[in-house]
Write a protein that binds this ligand. Structure first.
Ligand SMILES: Cc1cc2nc3c(=O)[nH]c(=O)nc-3n(C[C@H](O)[C@H](O)[C@H](O)COP(=O)(O)OP(=O)(O)OC[C@H]3O[C@@H](n4cnc5c(N)ncnc54)[C@H](O)[C@@H]3O)c2cc1C
Length: 426
């Protein structure tokens, strides 16, 4: 089993191989971070005629944007009422409305810019793994339907037909959602942004920022960009201590395991319409198939650093539980990505200093969130009006005891997976 991210190798959109930033430059706006948030910001700014420079530390995509499951989900992980509880009624309903419409934004951009990313819009499936899970789905369906969202409860045969397992009796089908190859979507955003004039640079990590008059100067190893406004879109991959973003989330991980392509004679009944799915377990299992028919399983926690036998053992266990009809599966590759968690499970949009915008803490929901945050940031920077952002800018409280949060989460995930492997948990 190889240790690499499947999506980089199966992306229909090619890498742009962009130049490193060299020398001193100026722009209207600098964006740090070439994931979905940064690229959506740069694309929407450049489309409006703004002179924008984006710098990315690695290659596009290096962060969560290229490594995720590829679920184009509506809303956050927590249900709409919980969002209102965390953010207050007014901001909560605003987040519910903008993030509920976010899959349409993603699929709209894909269409408008001809992004080849194996997009399917057949919905996503939230699978109840036991009676408690079923009650959770009923709660979610009620809350979504109160807000007019096109969601549906699938039961028994209808459910088996869509998922291809006898283990699940009830599932929530969200018709707003779908799946993509996330590396291809991110590369497509970069291509689209460059085509409308955004200046993008790879291998150009910011190493510091400093005030220069009323402007901000962003320093990289071989150059600098000076601009009056700055967007920090480094999210879970924020490494340096020259900015405050790291104070506002605690890092966790999510790993995935992909099979070799499975022909339809063997796997044709598994997610035949290519919905992405995940279950209601406390430590969820995600499952989807890609354009070439691979089965891709995932869960919270670190795959990297664990023995391969452990990761393979977990994948075998989940596959045999849900899809025993496959027999023994040959696993092709595995990879891990970093997730920015917050204690209240909601994102952070804030202004760390005058003229600087930052976003982080998507809690594993960033394909849609990053896309609409980028659009909202661009609108705010051009029109000084925040109506398109899922939340107004807030002054966040730094997360306390971050190492404790991270180690508690990781320890809990490991214990749960060990329980699954040992069949203590069914
Ligand atoms: C394994 C996994 C599965 C997930 N599954 C899903 C899913 O199915 N659906 C979903 O909606 N969300 C999912 N998520 C979450 C989603 O991937 C992220 O929330 C989203 O990609 C964040 O995008 P971003 O642009 O904000 O950050 P990122 O994509 O992480 O981009 C940040 C970028 O900043 C760069 N950077 C860091 N420091 C510097 C610097 N100093 N200078 C320049 N650049 C820098 C990094 O190299 C990186 O490219 C998942 C996440 C993971 C890890």
């Amino acid at each position: 089993m190889k240790q690499h991210c499947l999506w980089y190798y199966t992306s229909p959109e090619y890498s742009l191989s962009l130049d490193t930033l060299r020398g001193d430059h100026t722009a209207d706006i600098v964006v740090i971070g070439g994931g979905i948030t940064g690229l959506s910001t740069a694309l929407h700014l450049a489309e409006a005629g703004t002179d924008v420079v984006l710098i990315e530390a690695g290659e596009i995509p290096s962060g969560g944007s290229g490594r995720n499951v590829g679920l184009v989900n509506a809303g956050l992980w927590i249900p709409p009422d919980d969002i209102c509880q965390a953010l207050g009624e007014q901001d909560g309903e605003r987040a519910n409305a903008i993030l509920g419409g976010a899959p349409a934004e993603v699929f709209g951009l894909i269409k408008r810019h001809g992004i080849e990313c194996d997009a399917t819009r057949t919905g996503t499936l939230h699978l109840a793994h036991n009676a408690k899970g079923e009650r959770e789905l009923f709660r979610r369906i009620e809350q979504f339907q109160q807000r007019g969202a096109p969601v549906e409860l699938l039961e028994d045969e209808a459910c088996r037909h869509k998922v291809g397992t006898r283990r699940i009796r009830r599932a929530l089908l969200d018709h707003r959602a779908g799946t993509i190859n996330p590396a291809a979507y991110t590369r497509g955003l970069a291509r689209a942004a460059a085509s409308v004039g955004a200046r993008l640079h790879e291998h150009s990590g910011a190493t510091g920022i400093m005030r220069q008059g009323s402007d901000w100067r962003v320093i990289t190893a071989e150059g600098s960009v000076t601009a009056p406004r700055l967007v920090i879109a480094t999210n879970a991959y924020t490494e340096d201590h020259w900015n405050q973003v790291r104070q506002h989330f605690f890092p966790g991980h999510f790993f995935q395991v992909a099979s070799r392509p499975l022909p339809d004679e063997i796997a044709g009944d598994i997610l035949p319409e290519r919905q992405g799915a995940w279950d209601t377990r406390m430590v969820l299992s995600s499952m989807r198939r890609d354009a070439e028919g691979r089965l891709i399983l995932g869960s919270l926690g670190k795959g990297e650093g664990r023995p391969q036998a452990y990761v393979r053992g977990w994948a075998d266990r989940v596959q045999r539980h849900y899809f025993p009809q496959l027999g023994k599966v040959d696993w092709e590759c595995t990879w891990t990505g970093r997730v920015a968690f917050t204690p209240d499970h909601t994102l952070r949009l804030f202004e760390p200093a005058p003229g600087i915008l930052a976003a982080c803490g998507y809690n594993g929901r960033g394909v849609t969130t990053g896309t609409v945050v980028g659009k909202g940031f661009a609108h705010y920077l051009i029109h000084d009006e925040d109506a398109l952002m899922p939340l107004p800018l807030r002054v966040p409280k730094p997360v306390r005891a971050k190492p404790l949060w991270s180690s508690t989460y990781e320890g809990g995930f490991t214990l749960y997976h060990t329980g699954q492997c040992l069949r203590v948990l069914t």
